[in-house]
Every structure is written in C-alpha cells, then in structure tokens.
Design a protein around this ligand. Structure first.
Ligand code: ADP
Length: 366
C-alpha cells in the first residue's frame, strides 16, 4: 500500500468518525425535551433543535445562518437574545411564546467561548413550564375559592349573632328564626369542610381499600340515605339494578359518589319529578346511571362542572345547600376505581350522570 493510500484511508476514517460524531450530537439535541437555540455573535442562528422549532413555531427548512429576528417573531425571546449578545452573561427569564397554543417558557442563556477564549455567541435553552404554571394557578384559585366559600357563611353567622346580642334575643320568634339561619350556615360550613377533607384524602392518590360486594347493596344504601330528602320534595325515586352484580370496590366511597349524584338530581329538579338510579353490567365494567327530569345543563358547562367549586348557577346551588364540590368528589372516587364518569344532558329535559368502573374480575378467587 502506497503513502497516498494510507493517507486516503486515514482521511476516510476521520471523515466517518466526524460524521458519526455529528450524528450523535444531532441525536442528543433532537431528543432533548428542552428547546435549544445556538446563536453566533452577530445574532445568526447556528443551531436549533426539534423542540425549539416546535416551541417557536418555526417551519422554514433551513434556518441556520439566518438572523434570529428573521426566522422567529417572538418578541420576548428576541429581546432576551439581544440583551444576552450585548451582556454576554448567564441569565434566566420567564417568557411567553405566542402560537396556536401559547407557551410559557423558562429561558436560560449562556455565553459560548472558543478554545482561545474568543466570544462565539450564546446558547438559549427553553423549558416549557406551561403545565406547571397552570397547576399553580389552579392551586391559587382553589385557595381563594375555599376562603370565599368559608367566609360567606361565617359572615352571616356573625351578623345574626350580633343582631341577637343587640337585642333580638328578647324577641323569641325573631330569635328562633335567626338561630335557625345560624344553624343552617353552620351546617353549610361543616359540609364544605367534610367535602374538602374527602377530596384531599382522595387527591393523595393512595390506593383505596377494596372489597367484593353486591352492587345492589351499595346503590340501595345511597338511595336510602336520600329518601327523606326526596320525600320532602315529593320526588319519586326508582331503582333498576341488575341482580347478582358483585363488584370489587370501596363501598363507602362509591356510596358517597352515588349519593352525591342523587343529591344533585333532587336538588336541581322540580317537585313531583322522578329520579331513577340504574346499574347494569357490560363486559368487565359496571355502569351506574342517575337520571333526573331537571333543568339539564347547557353544553358549554358540561366539561367544567366536575371542577372544584364550578357551578352553573351559584345562587341556586347555595340555596340547595350545595358546596360546589360534589361532582369533583364523584370524579375522584371514580378515578380511584380506575373508572370514568360521563354526563348526558338535554336542557329543559333532564340529565343522566353515569359512573363506569371495572368489576374487578381478575381479583376473583384470590
Ligand atoms: P353543587 O354543590 O353546586 O351541586 P356539584 O359539584 O355537585 O356542586 O355540581 C356542580 C354544578 O353542576 C352545580 O352547581 C349545578 O350547576 C350543576 N349540576 C350538577 N348536577 C346537576 C343536575 N343533576 N342537573 C342540573 N345541574 C346539575
């Protein structure tokens, strides 16, 4: 083999190694969940990974070599980059990225220096924190909702106590009426707190205790608990439950969920209507339906009624003694059973809430 051949072979090997190295770097960059953007000292794009393209909504095929301000119209990001090019510093900032679904990103910039210490440009890493911020908002809203819900009955209680102390206590009729109101608000407070405790224990996500039992027993218990309330409102209750369905569930929790649905059905329906509860098996699942002839729910609310404290008509809910937490408890109980809850409603005609949970067949014979 001559000198040239050896040299050619070496060159060939070096080239292959370089290609392999480039491919590895590309693979690393493209699988990162952060958006990575490298920019040279003149503000031109050196490199952009797949995630950064997605986050910045960049569709152009070849963007390397173009000024960043040409390929991307994200104002907050461009300002962050321009500052970084001037200051050559490490820095971090929360920025908004517009697009079909807007993103909140934590942007981090770091300067790049060559082996001789010369400034090459900067790398910007973009972390999508949209979901995190959304959860924080949910939590913040929840805290303010709880405070608001608790403050309303407390304000009333204090007002009536004051009226009593200021003299009403000597007028037996008025005093009795005020005490009844105080009593009602106090029960409301304790319902809210009960519901919050139930929700928070469900939200811990811990496994629930399961036992095999007849579906009919659970449905019957839930109905019995609501019978008096139904009677007061002259609402007929019907039960249609397939015999012989045994389910592996947490009885008290499932009973609470069904009771909450029946409670709503009674609360939102007119006197003299019928509420029916049925349960049937379909394969490995059991479905429990609570049907009413109430006002129904407009389509735009259907997705939201399972959120904590979401109400279609807050005044009506409070008047009926609702806490705004009933359906969110139902949802969590059902999720803890690996099931789902659905609702079908025709405004003016009525609603059907359905719980679908696995029968838990696989556990049989353990
Ligand atoms: P609430 O304590 O207010 O009843 P829920 O979480 O149980 O709270 O229900 C949320 C909202 O969904 C209610 O305020 C009401 O507007 C609506 N809703 C629930 N069930 C029914 C129903 N059966 N018919 C009509 N509206 C309902």
């Amino acid at each position: 083999m001559g000198m040239d051949d050896t040299f050619g072979a070496d060159l060939w090997r070096v080239q292959k190694e370089l290609e392999a190295e480039i491919q590895r770097s590309e693979a690393i960059l493209s699988c990162m969940k952060e958006g990575i953007l490298a920019i040279d000292g003149a503000g031109e794009v050196l490199k952009l990974n797949r995630k950064a393209r997605q986050m910045l909504n960049i569709t152009g095929a070849k963007v390397e070599g173009a000024p960043i301000s040409f390929v991307c119209g994200q104002g907050e990001l461009l300002a962050f980059v321009a500052e970084g090019l001037a200051a050559r510093d490490n820095s971090e900032r929360e920025i908004k990225l517009s697009g079909p679904s807007p993103i909140i990103a934590m942007a981090t910039r770091s300067p790049m220096f060559g082996s001789g210490g010369e400034y090459i440009g900067m790398v910007v890493a973009l972390n999508d924190i949209t979901q995190l911020r959304r959860l924080e908002n949910v939590r913040r809203d929840f805290a303010s909702n709880v405070s608001h819900e608790l403050r309303t009955p407390i304000t009333s209680i204090r007002g009536f106590v004051e009226t009593l102390l200021n003299g009403a206590i000597t007028e037996p009729d008025a005093a009795r009426r005020f005490l009844e109101i105080i009593n009602r608000h106090a029960s409301r407070l304790s319902s809210i707190i009960e519901d919050l405790l139930t929700l928070s224990s469900l939200e811990k996500g811990e496994a629930i205790e399961l036992a095999r039992q007849p579906m009919l027993t659970i449905v019957q218990k839930a109905m019995d608990g609501m019978a008096e309330k139904a009677e007061e409102k002259h609402i007929k209750m019907k039960i249609l439950c397939e015999q012989g369905i045994d389910v592996l569930v947490n009885g008290p929790l499932l009973e609470t969920a069904i009771s909450n649905l029946i409670d709503n059905a009674i609360n939102y329906s007119e006197e003299g209507t019928t509420v029916s509860v049925s349960a049937e098996r379909a394969g490995e699942m059991v479905s429990i339906h609570v049907r009413d002839e109430g006002p129904g729910i407009e389509k735009q609310h259907l997705d939201r009624i399972f959120e904590r404290f979401y109400r279609v008509d807050a005044a009506r809910s409070r008047k009926a003694g609702g806490t705004g937490l009933g359906l969110s408890i139902v949802k969590h109980v059902v999720l803890a059973h690996r099931g789902n809850v659905t609702v079908e409603s025709v405004p003016g005609k009525g609603s059907v809430f359905s719980i679908h949970i696995p029968i838990g067949e696989s556990q049989e014979g353990e």
